[in-house]
Design a protein around this ligand. Structure first.
Ligand code: ADP
Ligand code: MG
Length: 345
């Protein structure tokens, strides 16, 4: 089932916080990540879809059906939260079967379905255990099995990996993605983790301050962010204030640089995005945009290293990433420089 939010606005009672005019659409079977910093409104989106919050403006539809006024239990959504939220007094298998029991599925059938789901998350042998006797990663697999057991119309995951250690987080990322694809469930996953959003999702909606900044594929968000905020959410970067001098040229104060992005009128204040891997060094390949300057701190990361490079006359260093750090010259290939709207003060 597809999921649609059209011009959805919401305010928490007595608070200025909420959502402003958010529109997004997840196609049938799509995994859409909702990414943004803490407090940006990500969970609010999920709660509205689940039916846990009332009093929004706009339209929310599941499978084309407006769900305004439809209570939580009739929305057929599966939910997984950061803190597992399993029933401690129920066995693992009864946790997984819970939703089916609520739907009135008879005992033998729901036990079979729950065991099947447990097998799929690799936990069949723990069926009769209490959830609290399992590790965090295992508990989250149980929560996932419980959410999927009801064949939800939409699967909602709110920071499902945030409470787990790095190793298990990586592994569960892949497991969740595989399960989601096998089940075909249209899925919203809320996360503040850039790697998680970019590596798991078909598309990512970036939210800041209750507003949708951009929704696109991970690749497009990274390569063509709509603004400096999306650029910084999607990867390391240096953002420089600049001014368009003539078509195809911007002035950063320390250099006039060639850029390929058009459509910005001369005199316009902009910001210039430089991704670390696009700083050419040792030797610089591009014949345009060569900059002399001073190499700064180098951090070694195995396959690559990150380095600072302060161009002659500049006050902020550029962050670079390559196998070898910059020496005394770099080049910025115009094809990889992005001209973005100015950063608001
Ligand atoms: P996040 O992106 O971290 O998931 P939320 O959607 O939970 O953010 O919250 C968005 C904003 O609304 C935050 O500023 C938060 O403090 C505020 N907020 C959340 N729940 C409530 C509430 N019940 N009452 C008032 N404000 C709330
Ligand atoms: Mg949240």
């Amino acid at each position: 089932m597809s999921l649609t939010l059209e011009n959805v606005s919401f305010r928490y009672a007595g608070a200025a916080n909420g959502l402003d005019d958010v529109s997004l659409h997840a196609r049938q079977g799509e995994l859409l990540a909702v990414m943004g910093r803490s407090g940006s409104g990500k969970s609010t989106v999920l709660r509205l879809v689940a039916g846990l919050l009332d009093g929004y403006r706009g339209r929310i539809a599941i499978g084309g059906e407006d769900v305004g006024g439809v209570p939580v239990w009739r929305r057929h959504v599966g939910m997984v939260f950061q803190q597992y939220a399993l029933f401690p007094h129920l066995s693992v298998i009864d946790n997984v079967a819970y939703g089916l029991r609520m739907q009135g599925v008879k005992a033998s059938e729901r036990q079979r379905a729950a065991l099947d789901m447990l097998t799929r998350v690799g936990l069949a042998e723990f069926a009769t255990r209490r959830p609290t006797s399992l590790s965090g990663g295992q508990q989250q697999r149980v929560a996932l099995a419980r959410a999927l057991a009801i064949s939800p119309r939409v699967l909602l995951l709110d920071e499902p990996l945030a409470a787990l250690d790095a190793g298990i987080r990586q592994q569960l990322r892949d497991e969740i993605r595989a399960l989601q694809q096998a089940s075909g469930a249209t899925t919203l996953i809320v996360t503040h983790d850039r790697d998680e959003a970019l590596s798991m999702a078909d598309r990512v909606a970036v939210i800041d301050n209750g507003r949708l900044l951009q929704i696109d594929t991970p690749q497009r968000l990274y390569d063509a962010p709509a603004c400096a905020t999306v650029a910084s959410f999607t990867g390391l970067s240096t953002v420089l204030p600049a001014r368009v001098t003539r078509p195809g040229m911007v002035d950063t104060g320390f250099a006039e640089l060639h850029v390929e992005t058009g459509a910005w009128r001369p005199g316009t204040t902009v910001s210039l995005l430089v991704r670390p891997e696009h700083i050419q060094c040792d030797p610089p390949v591009s014949t345009l945009n060569r900059l002399g300057g001073h190499p700064g701190a180098v951090r070694f990361f195995g396959a690559t290293c990150r380095f600072d490079f302060l161009p002659e006359g500049a006050t902020t260093p550029l962050l670079g990433e390559s196998r070898t750090p910059a020496s005394f010259a770099i080049a910025l290939d115009p094809a990889h420089l992005r001209v973005l709207p100015p950063v608001e003060a």
